[in-house]
Design a protein around this ligand. Structure first.
Ligand code: MF3
Ligand code: CO
Length: 273
């Protein structure tokens, strides 16, 4: 069932989104060679606790997972695409790090992610990340009232495929608000004009995942959570929680690192209407 959110409820998700944005920014600033993923997780836990919010991933136990999720953030390095559990791995110069975080604040949830290179970036990694950001921005810009879910999916997929990247076809975004995962599913590739009609009050997480090797396949790590590329190539993941409003898409996690790109896309989409 798809629940449309009121203006007040969207403001509540935005408040949760502000916590997500500021915590992800702090994690980005602390990610450096020698820092462990567990240290980043602890930093996020402390900062979230200070706001009165609750980390939504911790103890989350969907059907597909063998054990409840043990972390506050997901910290996916290099060939890990998403859902990697923070451990004692110490970041190295040139690692491609993707960090994902959702929190509940006063009963409302926001979810966002960014990718960045630690230290000096290989240009190929930066191009992968930039394309993932552009795919996210294109998806956000397509989230206007009266458009269809397929328009969002198509916008994301076209940008990713044009870069020659793989898309993790059966993974994507989701409704979000009271729960971290609500209906509807938000695919990362699709046909324009198809699927659910987008109405004001729809709140969704849009989250492209791109693989450098161009393959759509992935496998689950032994931990049961981490998704890795089949060919060992690197992957990027970017995510915003957004609302469809009468005046266009509104980005509710704008404080996320690299969040400006999608905000600009949303403003352009609103201005064009
Ligand atoms: N943004 C991710 C998603 O929607 C976060 C899930 S992490 C989990 O799939 F660990 F909680 F599953
Ligand atoms: Co998500």
């Amino acid at each position: 069932m798809i629940e449309l959110k009121s203006a007040g409820e969207i403001d509540a998700v935005t408040a949760a989104g502000a916590v997500v944005g500021s915590v992800l920014t702090a994690v980005d600033e602390h990610a450096a060679p020698g820092v462990t993923l567990r240290e980043l997780d602890a930093l996020a836990a402390d900062l979230i606790a200070a706001t009165g919010a609750r980390p939504s991933f911790l103890d989350y136990h969907p059907r597909f997972a063998p054990v409840p999720y043990p972390g506050v953030i997901c910290a996916s390095v290099n060939d890990a695409v998403v859902h990697a559990i923070p451990d004692d791995y110490a970041l190295r110069d040139g690692d491609l790090l993707s960090v994902d975080l959702a929190v509940h604040l006063d009963g409302w949830c926001a979810d966002a992610a960014f990718s960045a290179v630690v230290g000096a970036a290989d240009p190929a990694d930066q191009a992968l990340i930039d394309t993932c950001e552009r795919a996210l921005s294109a998806g956000v810009a397509a989230a206007v009232p009266g458009a269809k879910m397929g328009d969002i999916a198509h916008a994301i997929g076209v940008v990713g495929r044009a870069g020659g990247y793989g898309l993790l076809a059966d993974h994507g975004g989701h409704g979000v608000g009271r729960e971290m995962h609500e209906d509807p599913h938000v695919p990362n590739e699709g046909k324009p004009g198809r699927g659910l009609r987008l109405r004001p009050g729809l709140v969704i997480a849009i989250e492209p995942m791109l693989t450098a090797g161009g393959r759509d396949g992935y496998y689950h790590d032994r931990d049961g959570w981490t998704l890795r590329t089949v060919d060992g190539s690197r992957a990027a993941h970017t995510e915003h929680t957004i609302a469809v409003t009468e005046s266009g898409p509104r980005v509710l996690t704008a404080g996320r690192p690299s969040g400006r790109l999608a905000v600009a896309a949303a403003q352009t989409a609103g201005a064009l209407r």
